[in-house]
Ligand binder design. Structure first.
Ligand code: TYD
Ligand code: MG
Length: 438
């Protein structure tokens, strides 16, 4: 990098730009690009001889990493089976979603099982954190607590204490005195994360960084550090809904796309080991516009309810409001229903929602979406004891009392013993069977 050229970085996604612009081409965010001071003391000339890098061959056997369990099953599963020593983990999420609560509970669980745990809060005073611990009933757990934002002091403390796990809440409050930028700026967040991750690897201390997702451009978001860490978890939830989903979006030590489900209660986060029951609204009476989808989240089958409302539109281009599903896929499904099955949605407003604020991304949900749309349009309820698309997810559905399943031809039907399983050639057959149309 030439030493005089300043760089411009998107605080949302970390993309580098040559000049300032209003909108980041990388992620499409507005007003997220900030100027960064050029690196002051870059390496001048690499004249000095370095040391030899130790080389191995590909066949050298590597033992699987030993893991420490927290005993919080929903957390351990998302981590890929527990905490890997010396790993760096980022936990991102909206402010107020419950990250500090989750991590204080996790710290207490780890510490109780003998994993030495240090919790550094840069946002709250120790007294505040202790008050939360009291409310959560965690005061007996041997977690060591500190309130500090100066990273030099924190690293000195970690060096002396050598805990197995250090939690830094949050990375946006940390600052290094060697970087001339405000805490929360891209340069500070990046430098602080780099120091912490390097420390984690060198000293064998697992580090969890908390990162607030930010809407405005002045504070760097967690995406800026995503590439530096081994594992990226996002803590998500809808305001007004009590449950929270911890989702692995990147994991060097386990499967990505795994989820853990929690419920925010007055006494902290409670684990939800049977999420299907949570994501289904009460299903006693058949309701037009509702279809249950048997999906897979990570390694676990989860049933969710797709809800559709179809109503005559007064607009020139009718509304297509989609929550919890990909709107592009929904457009495709509407086009297929129209072109292949002869069921027009022109002149109709379409509202689609996944119950409970869940997000469904699997293409396998298409049949359930089509079912919900048709059911709403024709005002015919799908039997409340039927799931759409199943495969080996049938077991979960059967366990929850579903009696029949409809799935594409050729799907595996194992696990659905005792259920009435219908296999459909295509969407046209499905429409004919269910709604007597097409
Ligand atoms: P917090 O963990 O502080 O969020 P974050 O660190 O992501 O900003 O959680 C804040 C919210 O959680 C706050 O609105 C209060 C709520 N909460 C509960 O409902 N029950 C509890 O036991 C606790 C500790 C918090
Ligand atoms: Mg917090």
């Amino acid at each position: 990098m030439s030493k005089s050229a300043p760089t411009f970085t998107c605080t949302a996604c970390g993309t580098l730009h040559k000049k300032w612009q209003g909108r980041c081409e990388g992620c499409g965010a507005w007003n997220s690009i900030v100027e960064e001071a050029p690196l002051s003391a870059g390496p001048k000339a690499l004249g000095a001889r370095g040391r030899m890098v130790p080389l191995t061959d590909l066949a050298t056997e590597e033992a699987p990493p030993p893991r420490a369990g927290s005993g919080m099953e929903e957390l351990d599963r998302v981590l890929g089976g527990g905490l890997v020593p010396a790993s760096a983990i980022l936990v991102g999420g909206d402010p107020g979603i419950g990250k500090s609560t989750l991590l204080l509970q996790a710290a207490a669980s780890f510490a109780r099982r003998g994993v030495g745990c240090l919790y550094i809060s840069g946002e709250e005073a120790s007294a505040q954190v202790r008050m939360r611990a009291q409310r959560l009933g965690l005061t007996e757990s041997p977690v060591r607590l500190g309130a500090e934002t100066n990273l030099r002091d924190i690293l000195t403390t970690l060096e002396a204490e050598r805990p197995a796990l250090a939690i830094i809440d949050s990375i946006q409050t940390m600052w290094l005195d060697t970087v001339e930028a405000a805490p929360g700026s891209v340069s500070q967040v990046r430098a602080a994360a780099h120091e912490l991750v390097t420390f984690a690897k060198r000293r064998g201390v697992a580090i969890i960084l908390v990162g607030h997702v930010t809407k405005e451009g002045q504070i760097a978001g967690p995406r800026v550090v995503e590439h530096m860490v081994d594992t990226v978890l996002y803590f998500e939830g809808e305001r007004g809904h009590q449950f929270r989903i911890l989702r692995a979006v990147k994991n060097r030590f386990g499967p990505a796309d795994e989820i853990g489900v929690f419920e925010m209660t007055g006494a902290g986060l409670a684990q939800v080991s049977n999420p299907s029951a949570l994501f289904l609204s009460s299903r006693d009476t058949p309701a037009p516009g509702s279809a249950v989808f048997a999906g897979i989240e990570g390694t676990r089958p989860v049933l969710t309810e797709i809800q559709a409302l179809v109503a005559p539109s007064t607009l020139a281009s009718p509304r297509r409001t989609v929550v919890g599903l990909d709107s592009g896929r929904v457009s495709t499904i509407l086009a297929v229903l129209e072109a292949r099955c002869g069921i027009p949605f022109a002149g109709l407003d379409v509202f689609l929602n996944v119950a409970g604020g869940m997000r469904v991304t699997e293409p396998a949900a298409d049949l359930a979406v089509a079912g919900a749309l048709l059911s709403a349009r024709e005002d015919v309820a799908i039997p409340p004891d039927m799931v759409l698309f199943a495969e080996n997810r049938l077991k979960e559905a059967s366990k929850l009392g579903f009696q029949q399943a409809t799935l594409p031809k050729g799907s595996k039907t194992g696990g659905g013993e005792g259920m009435k399983v219908r296999q459909m050639d295509d969407l046209t057959a499905f429409v004919g069977e269910m709604f007597g149309a097409g």
